[in-house]
Design a protein around this ligand. Structure first.
Ligand SMILES: [Fe+2]
Length: 295
């Protein structure tokens, strides 16, 4: 056990797993201010982070929207705001919170061009008369180089999902399909999710959908996918404290009650941690369980 602890000490040193009863990781949220329809300013962002922390979240991947013609903030400006938040959090009593930078990539023609450029190692691409550096615009997170893919809410063909999943995989990235339960195509034909996974995608579901009191299609699909073990990650996709707040704790407790603690741990922490910290896949579960059992 001592050897294991030494091996993992480096990766886990920044996380105090014993500090709260629930520890989770949120890999989908809109907390970086001024860049999308999430936090409107630094105060909003800080309040959202405080709320996540109070709910037991200890790792947050900040996934600002990136959609051609709608959310186009250059990466250097997004990164500057991310660094400001990291600097701020280091001065607070939440300094054990890990913040990582990434984006939620809308699957449009610009992303297709960027993924092609990223795959082939192109220094620069030109899309609609603008220059982009693929290695800068594509910001994967974690040792496993994950990117969150958001698809159109229009009815898409199965093949359209597969194009982006394949392109991301060919680029050496792990594609994570964001809030899979929200797409009309998935609601019509949930079996698409099998095909997504077969092509190498991981599947993410929103807390809000699972917790919905109204028996919406999103809720039905989200719960069905969890029941059939088709979901890899459950995240907040929070935008603000009023209309789309983080519901990580409520969701963790819901999963624990309905599907058991191991499902709750896996979907809201362990999978994310293994993707982020890399080679500790599998073994990190043992560590976390040991910590919890001793606490
Ligand atoms: Fe989102």
């Amino acid at each position: 056990m001592q050897l294991l602890q030494l091996l993992f000490k480096k990766s886990f040193s920044m996380i105090d797993w014993k500090s709260t009863a629930i520890q989770t990781a949120d890999i989908h949220c809109h907390i970086i201010p001024f860049v999308d329809d999430g936090a409107e300013d630094y105060e909003d962002a800080e309040n959202l982070i405080r709320e996540e922390y109070s709910q037991g979240v200890r790792v947050i991947v900040l996934t600002a929207h990136y959609r051609n013609g709608a959310f186009d903030t250059p990466i250097n400006k997004v990164a500057k705001k991310y660094k400001d938040l990291k600097k701020w959090i280091s001065t607070t009593d939440m300094s054990d919170m890990v913040l990582l930078l990434s984006r939620e990539y809308h699957c449009d023609e610009r992303l297709e061009a960027l993924l092609d450029g990223y795959s082939s190692g192109q220094e620069e691409i030109v899309f609609e008369n603008k220059r982009y550096v693929p290695k800068e615009e594509i910001v994967p997170f974690g040792k496993h180089k994950c990117i969150l893919l958001e698809f159109s809410s229009n009815k898409m063909q199965d093949s359209e999902f597969e194009i982006f999943i394949k392109k991301a995989s060919q680029a050496g990235l792990i594609p994570i399909v964001a809030h899979v339960e929200r797409y009309p195509a998935v609601q019509d034909r949930p079996t698409i999710v099998y095909r997504m996974k077969k092509h190498g995608a991981l599947v993410q579901v929103n807390c809000e959908s699972l917790l919905s009191k109204a028996k919406t299609k999103e809720c039905e699909i989200a719960q069905g996918l969890v029941r059939h073990k088709m979901v890899d990650l459950i995240s907040s996709d929070c935008h603000d404290l009023e209309n789309r707040p983080p519901k990580m704790k409520k969701c963790y407790l819901f999963l624990k009650k309905k599907y058991g603690v191991s499902t709750a741990d896996e979907l809201m922490r362990n999978k994310a941690i293994s993707l982020i910290y890399g080679e500790e896949v599998g073994n990190c579960k043992e560590l976390v369980l040991n910590v919890r059992n001793k606490a």
